[in-house]
Design a binder for this molecule. Structure first.
Ligand code: DON
Length: 590
């Protein structure tokens, strides 16, 4: 964990533009009367707004944004990866009702190829082969993004796939203009071993420069083929092209794997916090249940009475809630289609109350001596999961009817496995690294994972992506989410607490310096610009502080990317908060 960001910078050249260490003064949130789109890349935001103005709903805009990010933010936006989309219709009856009027969680997470096996990343001595689950052909799961976006459009959209894909096709065909911080990460070594990847993203060493028009003709043709016939990707000629490329490179994905890929339309998880309703991500995301458990623990505190946002008093209590929820995360979670999980017990308020009794008012509880309250949970059958990984992207959308979409999708690492399928112009994921390569053995980024998340054919790897919404008395209040691997649930929790408990604006909450604890390693991680005065106090209370970037100037010193929407409770206006850590993103509405 200590080495997460330096290691990633070194290995993947993923250091992106960072903010100076001094505190940021947040701009006011972007305000709009009717609809709002917030994403990490301004062209993608514009694509979403254009679709809304054409009469599209939030799902039409989300599908447009999803495909557009595959063009203008290909290091994480993708069609070769997978993700989750939380959809909340505003109306349950009447002419404005969207689909069945119920909230849906579309799970379009990648799945392991059928031929994947538990020990596929081990050598003959049962040691994990470094890089095998993160780089190259064997690192990819069967991509789910195209199926997910198509399913979303077909079941919830209004304008039709062809229409909502046009902005992405135009951006790929006619080009877009990148900025230095975006294009810096295209220099990554991850792409270099693969001539096609080097040609497509690195122009064989003549790297794209800020201000240049970037055209992606292969990707434009791929998107056009999908827009005309979406079955092309999974059962058509394109499926065969993908499978042939994977097989030729020594990967496992076959045409049969592509053909059998299915989106899972799941019920979101529901929870409560201080009179608000929480709608969030079920497994195979670990994020939603972790969020519900930690908020249940925090429900017993009046945080603003303890101190201000990011005060030592608040950070202490919130950190202890994080620590306890992450202890359970590691022991119990995996793909719900393969393992049974004590979700009800984890979400039980009585369990949260028992946890609260173990929290000392002012001092840290060391993870090594932390004992789970008896009588609530089954015996765990796995070792712990301390999960982390470096590239993903989140976007939030609300339309003029109040329908909302919160979506996080990923290639896992920057540019995924590094492999671009010849002629198709997109990178394949390395999501197989989200599985347990070997129980108890950390991978190159410090991952130590358990048996519930072991590799099996057709299984989905455990995720931390946590698209979430908050309502009050059934009215939408917040749309939340972020990338950041294992830090995602704590980023979402901090954003939620900053707005609902502490009264920060949605923009201030997105920009606020982050802190994170995940039980193991037993360290309170803070961003580079987190106030030293606060961590100095926390050190005296028994916390080991790990300040990102402290010992390595190449370390970006930050994590996450909150792309958030709040509904102003007084006026009903939509307030967009785009994370100031990424200058090239945008909140926009009308
Ligand atoms: O699904 C997951 O949890 C990871 N593959 C997400 C990776 C991620 O968020 C990296 N972002 N910076």
């Amino acid at each position: 964990m200590l080495l997460r960001f330096p290691a990633l910078c070194l290995l993947q050249s993923m250091c992106v533009a960072t903010l100076p260490a001094q505190a940021i003064v947040s701009a006011p949130p972007v305000r709009a009367k009717h609809a709002m789109v917030v994403t990490i890349q301004h062209n993608a935001t514009d694509a979403g707004v254009a679709i809304l103005k054409q009469g599209g709903n939030a799902v039409d805009a989300a599908v447009a944004v999803g495909f557009a990010l595959a063009v203008v933010y290909p290091q994480a936006g993708n069609i070769g990866g997978g993700g989750f989309m939380l959809i909340r219709p505003a109306h349950t009856t009447g002419p404005k009702k969207l689909a069945d009027g119920k909230p849906h969680f579309l799970d379009y997470r990648e799945k392991a190829p059928a031929a994947a096996t538990r020990d596929m990343y081990l050598d003959k001595d049962a040691n994990v082969v470094k890089g095998m689950s993160t780089l190259g052909y064997k690192a990819s799961g069967v991509p789910g993004t195209v199926a997910g976006l198509v399913y979303a459009e077909q079941h919830f959209g209004r304008l039709g796939l062809n229409a909502v894909m046009q902005p992405a096709i135009r951006l790929a065909r006619d080009g877009w203009v990148g900025t230095e911080p975006e294009l810096q990460s295209w220099h990554t070594k991850v792409l270099e071993p693969y001539p096609e990847s080097r040609r497509v993203y690195q122009r064989n060493g003549n790297y794209y420069k800020a201000g240049e028009i970037i055209k992606q003709p292969d990707l434009a043709a791929t998107l056009e083929r999908i827009s005309t016939d979406p079955t092309e990707f999974y059962t058509g000629r394109m499926a065969k092209q993908i499978a042939d490329a994977m097989q030729a490179g020594g990967g496992l994905i076959t045409a049969a794997d592509m053909a059998s890929y299915q989106v899972k339309d799941r019920a979101p998880l529901a929870g409560n916090y201080h009179g608000y309703e929480i709608l969030t991500s079920p497994p195979p995301s670990s994020g939603g249940i972790v969020l519900i458990e930690l908020l249940n623990i925090l429900s017993g505190y009046d945080l603003p009475r303890l101190g201000a946002d990011r005060s030592p008093e608040q950070v202490h209590i919130i950190t202890e809630a994080f620590r306890r929820a992450y202890m359970d995360r590691g022991d119990y979670l995996g793909d719900p289609d393969f393992v049974s999980m004590p979700l009800k017990q984890m979400a039980d308020p009585a369990y949260a109350e028992a946890w609260r009794k173990t929290i000392a008012p002012a001092t840290a509880s060391p993870s090594a001596t932390l004992v789970r309250p008896a009588g609530f949970m089954p015996q765990p059958n796995s070792t712990r999961d301390v999960h982390e990984s470096p590239q993903t992207t989140h976007f939030s959308i609300v339309d003029a009817d109040g329908n909302a979409v919160s979506s996080t999708y990923t290639l896992n690492f920057f540019f995924g496995s590094g492999v671009v399928v010849p002629g198709l112009g997109f990178a394949m994921n390395d999501e197989m690294d989200d599985f347990t390569s070997k129980a108890g053995v950390p991978n190159g980024f410090g991952l130590v994972q358990g048996a519930a998340n072991s590799i099996a054919g057709n299984k989905r790897p455990l995720s931390s992506m946590s698209p979430t919404m908050v309502t009050k008395h059934g009215k939408l209040r917040l749309v939340l989410g972020s990338p950041g691997g294992s830090t995602i649930p704590t980023t979402v929790a901090n954003d939620l607490i900053s707005v609902l408990d502490n009264g920060l604006t949605i923009q201030q909450s997105a920009d606020a310096p982050r802190f994170h604890h995940q039980y193991l390693p037993d360290a309170l991680e803070v961003e580079k610009r987190f106030p030293v005065s606060v961590t100095d106090v926390l050190k005296t209370r028994g916390y080991t502080i790990r300040r990102q970037g402290e010992f390595d100037e190449k370390n970006p010193g930050q994590w996450g990317d909150s792309e958030l929407i709040e509904v102003d409770p007084k006026t009903g206006d939509l307030l967009g908060g785009h994370d100031a850590r990424r200058a090239f993103g945008k909140a926009a509405g009308y």
